[in-house]
Design a protein around this ligand. Structure first.
Ligand SMILES: C[S@@+](CC[C@H](N)C(=O)[O-])C[C@H]1O[C@@H](n2cnc3c(N)ncnc32)[C@H](O)[C@@H]1O
Length: 377
């Protein structure tokens, strides 16, 4: 967030800014706050919904309606005066939420829809619902694996928290954020950055983005609780499919797809990649072949993105990719150098990779700002 803000604040206001990897919408929010117009893209429908909710302007009427409908929804849920929404079809859901929590969430989800027809109020209440559902979850997320605070196969855990007060607090928290309207409008587009969709406000002056890193982090995996409850995912297979669509995803079915993946032999892939991929694929590395394919596919995907990017930039446009490097079996994947090579090959000039900060205790891991200019004329 800080890096994005600092990067954008270096430019005069009034630019058309693009973030092709939206996530929760940080760049778009910073850009409109600094007086620019912003367009942002993500492949994940939950994230584009959330970014839209975060970057929308809310009138006093919608805010008042959100408060009224939130109270009405709680009253409906408490009286059970409504057909509850079914709990998501998650294998062993009782490991994620105690049965009492799932039941409360089912009633609340249905009650939100029944309590208002105002689309903005529904969105804000759903954002509050997301905050509540994650607090009620027994699943604690950390980087690579999911653990459970308690394992109760019967799902009989009692919730010793006041769920009504929790949701109400979350509604008020969301309302405080929503009443601080963004200074300008952002367009949020669901699409694939490898195949840039037709974009409103094309011909961009500035790209500031934090793309997926080549580190096997799955955004879908982390976001599953919300995505299941809001209906963006119906099954584990869906989750794996979406992760396969995302750049850098290797979770669930995405792993077996990767096993079968072969390169399109993109002529633009940097030469340096060949040695890196061969070193990772070494016979001594247990999953070497798979991870070598992972890195090669990651680069091919980013190469497709850079190729398409050229078509949506104004001459003189500047781009900033905030990205971290990674290692596999001790082999360094210098993502910043690979980006720099791809950008040069596609005709960008003034290409530079500036280290910004260390990522963690691993001495080799850094984050970089890879910047470049799309040439004039
Ligand atoms: C590092 S995150 C972005 C973080 C963001 N700066 C934020 O504020 O949350 C990378 C994002 O890229 C998205 N993504 C992955 N593959 C994509 C693709 N092919 N097209 C568009 N977005 C993609 C992921 O869903 C994820 O939200």
């Amino acid at each position: 967030m800080k890096v994005v803000q600092e990067t954008i604040s270096r430019y005069e206001e009034g630019l058309k800014v693009l973030d092709p990897f939206c996530g929760t919408g940080t760049t778009a929010l910073c850009a409109v706050a600094e007086g620019h117009r912003a367009t942002t893209i993500d492949i994940n429908p939950f994230l584009t919904w959330l970014a839209r909710a975060k970057t929308s302007a809310y009138c006093a009427k919608s805010l008042a309606e959100t408060e009224r409908a939130g109270l009405a929804a709680l009253a409906l849920a408490r009286r059970r005066a409504i057909e509850p929404a079914p709990a998501p079809k998650i294998h062993k859901i009782e490991r994620w939420w105690p049965e009492t929590a799932s039941r409360f969430l089912g009633y609340l989800k249905a009650a939100i829809v029944a309590s208002t027809t105002n689309a903005q109020a529904r969105d804000l209440l759903r954002v509050a619902f997301c905050r509540t559902l994650i607090k009620l979850s027994s699943a604690a997320f950390n980087h690579q694996s999911m653990s459970f605070k308690d394992d109760d196969p019967q799902g009989q855990l009692q919730i010793d928290v006041d769920t009504d007060a929790m949701f109400l607090n979350d509604v008020r928290f969301v309302l405080r954020g929503a009443s601080d309207n963004p200074a300008g409008r952002a367009a949020v587009v669901q699409g694939d950055a490898r195949d840039l969709p037709r974009l409103p406000d094309g011909d961009f002056d500035l790209v500031v983005t934090s793309p997926p890193y080549a580190n096997r982090m799955s955004y879908i995996r982390e976001l599953r609780p919300y995505m299941y409850w809001l209906g963006h995912l119906a099954s584990a297979r869906d989750a794996g499919e979406l992760d396969w669509q995302a750049i850098g995803g290797t979770w669930g079915i995405a792993t077996s797809r990767l096993n079968a993946w072969t390169s399109r032999n993109d002529r633009w892939l940097p030469d340096a990649l060949r040695g890196i991929v061969a070193a990772i694929a070494d016979d001594d590395n247990a999953n070497g072949e798979l991870l070598a394919a992972y890195v090669a596919k990651y680069c091919e995907d980013m190469s497709r993105h850079f190729d398409g990017l050229r078509t949506v930039l104004k001459p003189g446009a500047r781009v900033h990719y905030i990205v971290g490097n990674s290692t596999f079996y001790g082999v360094l994947v210098p993502t910043e150098q690979l980006y720099a090579a791809m950008l040069r090959q596609y005709g960008f000039v003034d290409v530079a990779a500036r280290p910004i900060r260390k990522r963690n205790s691993n001495k080799a891991l850094f984050e970089f700002d890879v910047s470049a200019v799309w040439p004039e004329g």
